[in-house]
Write a protein that binds this ligand. Structure first.
Ligand code: GRF
Length: 206
């Protein structure tokens, strides 16, 4: 583990339970949450940031002429706050390629399915509609596609009798809240690297 906590930013849009998990585990330890950016005003995630005195700002698409302008402002603010890892935790907006180029190899996301199954919106509903018996969570690097970047961590849970999104979500929440902080810990100690022979495959050192 590096001596100094890694400065990280968390991007949110809603409830913020994954943000809370980060604040309760890695914050002020392996990592320091230096910024919370929300795509929407008035969401519970912003109150969670305020409760821990973490600077938070709203970057709403409606306040900008286009997505690129919003993302440029967002990237400028995150850079100014010193963030070296950007964590998407329930962030419901797409990020432009120019944003990703500002933080190369340093944007990660948590998604409530076993990717590459069920990317995009309503992943749990997609999985239920398909009739799967095994559900799960993926933490991955973000690339220009939708939930298509290299996988960092995955965990599965067998729910052969699940019928409703709420019961699946209840089973996936604890997995998300364990996996996302774990991925941040690994990134903070420099333990994640692409396999040189197969760059999509992320090797975990140690
Ligand atoms: C999580 O299920 C996450 O996987 C998805 O959005 C949800 C966010 O929940 N990307 P919360 O705002 O962290 O409670």
């Amino acid at each position: 583990m590096s001596a100094q906590p890694l400065p990280i930013a968390v991007l949110v849009s809603g409830t913020g339970t994954n943000l809370q998990a980060l604040l309760d585990t890695v914050h002020a330890r392996e990592a320091q949450v230096v910024a919370v950016a929300s795509s929407a005003a008035g969401v519970p995630a912003l109150a969670r940031a305020a409760a821990r005195d973490v600077p938070a700002e709203v970057f709403a698409r409606a306040d900008y002429p286009n997505r690129g302008a919003r993302d440029e402002d967002l990237a400028d603010w995150l850079h100014a706050r010193g963030a070296r890892l950007i964590v998407l935790a329930g962030y419901m907006a797409l990020l432009s390629e120019s944003f990703l180029q500002r933080f190369p190899g340093a944007v990660i996301n948590v998604h409530p399915s076993l990717l590459p199954s069920f990317p995009g919106l309503h992943a749990i509903e997609q999985a239920l509609a398909y009739g799967v018996k095994v559900f799960g969570v993926t933490v991955h690097f973000v690339d220009a596609g939708v939930d298509s970047g290299p996988v960092i961590l995955q965990r599965a849970v067998e729910l052969p009798g699940a019928h409703t999104p709420d019961e699946v979500l209840a089973a996936l929440r604890p997995l998300e809240h364990a996996l996302l902080p774990e991925a941040v810990r690994l990134f903070a100690r420099g333990a994640l690297r692409p396999d040189p022979e197969h760059p999509r495959r992320i090797v975990i050192d140690g």
